[in-house]
Design a protein around this ligand. Structure first.
Ligand SMILES: Cc1ncc(COP(=O)(O)O)c(C=O)c1O
Length: 345
């Protein structure tokens, strides 16, 4: 019945049928929005988002499980991070209940686009942007909250295969006191050129170091970093320059439940390149094992380029929860009511 070849899904945009939209004037309270056909909308040339980058986004996934349910993973965490981001960028935060309602409605309206269990997921993209016109750097007078979805496959080519990364000494993602700790739209374009150069040289992504000491690992493009040494997991501590990933938090909880020690502290490139295993993680990347890291003229290859045992164990657990092959011990899944009574225009 579907027009898509689910087996060849990649992490890219496929246009779906419905989106959710609502506007709110600065100083007013948010009210629930509406589901409408997915498509372009009008925007003022002087919109705050176009001129000053006043915007944030989120990313989460809805999975079809082996029990034929459609579940969203920890969306309330995304709702909270969206509020922190709105605050940081001077925008009126969207109430959690409106955010969660919007996400559920868009997934239900686009239910035919949820890939079968094991073939991928429906990626949900909420946006909050300053759409009111403004001249001079100041908060826009009006905001638009919208949510759209697209079916996606693996983020890195090759699915669960090891990726090769390169540490950049030339570029940084974020500095202390900036916006690195929130999902500000402006954080992402500056990473495109370094990432493109890395890909040209055969690497899947760049690893960013901290902007102060140029020594400690911050993030892998748009994913968080972990390494394993002597059966202990290490991940960079959240200092405000790193995005507090929901997958990162889930892995910390899962690993501790499995009996592993997890240490959140500064992780130097030198330490990471002496570890036994390394992986990066995020909603898009899930858990992607790192085969090698190159830094200047040094190259570290992990587990002979194979997936390390702890990386594999955590991947199986996390993706098992997504598909309900593993028990949802932490209550992370929220079932979407696919028969929601939607007011479709
Ligand atoms: C910069 C950055 N780091 C890390 C992540 C991983 O966060 P999460 O696990 O919440 O998707 C993302 C993606 O959202 C990101 O954009």
């Amino acid at each position: 019945m579907s027009e898509i070849d689910w087996d060849s899904l990649t992490f890219s945009l496929t246009q779906t049928d419905w989106m959710y939209m609502v506007k709110c004037k600065l100083g007013d309270a948010w009210t629930p929005g509406k589901i409408m056909p997915y498509g372009p909308f009008e925007i003022y040339p002087a919109a705050g988002v176009l001129n000053y980058g006043q915007g944030i986004f989120e990313g989460m996934k809805a999975h079809k499980t082996i029990n034929d349910r459609v579940v969203i993973f920890r969306a309330e965490q995304n709702a909270r991070r969206f509020q922190t981001g709105a605050d940081r960028l001077g925008m009126p935060p969207v109430p959690e209940s409106i955010f969660l309602d919007a996400v559920e409605q868009v997934v239900a309206a686009n239910k035919k686009w949820v890939p079968p269990s094991g073939k991928g997921a429906l990626y949900v993209r909420p946006l909050l942007i300053g759409t009111g016109p403004i001249m001079g750097v100041a908060p826009a007078p009006e905001y638009t909250f919208l949510v759209y979805v697209t079916p996606v496959g693996p983020y890195f080519k090759g699915g669960l295969s090891c990726i090769n990364l390169i540490i950049t000494d030339e570029y940084h993602r974020a500095a202390s006191g900036g916006s690195g700790g929130v999902k500000a739209i402006g954080n992402y374009a500056p990473g495109m050129m370094p990432s493109k150069n890395a890909k040209k040289n055969g690497f899947a992504e760049v690893i960013y170091l901290d902007a102060e000491f140029h020594k400690y690992i911050e993030e892998v493009g748009a994913a968080n970093f972990f390494c394993v040494k002597d059966n202990i997991l290490y991940t960079p501590e959240l200092t405000g320059t790193i995005l507090p990933g929901i997958t990162r938090d889930s892995i910390i909880q899962l690993a501790r439940k499995q009996g592993y020690e997890v240490i959140e502290e500064k992780v130097s490139a030198e330490f990471a390149m002496d570890a036994d295993e390394a992986f990066c993680c995020g909603t898009a990347a899930v858990i992607s094992p790192i085969g090698s890291i190159t830094h200047g003229d040094k190259k570290k290859t992990y587990s002979n380029g194979d997936i390390g045992p702890i990386t594999q164990e955590l991947y199986n657990l996390l993706s098992g929860i997504h598909s309900e092959e593993e028990e949802d011990q932490f209550g992370w899944l929220h079932e979407v009511d696919l028969d929601l009574n939607l007011n479709l225009d």
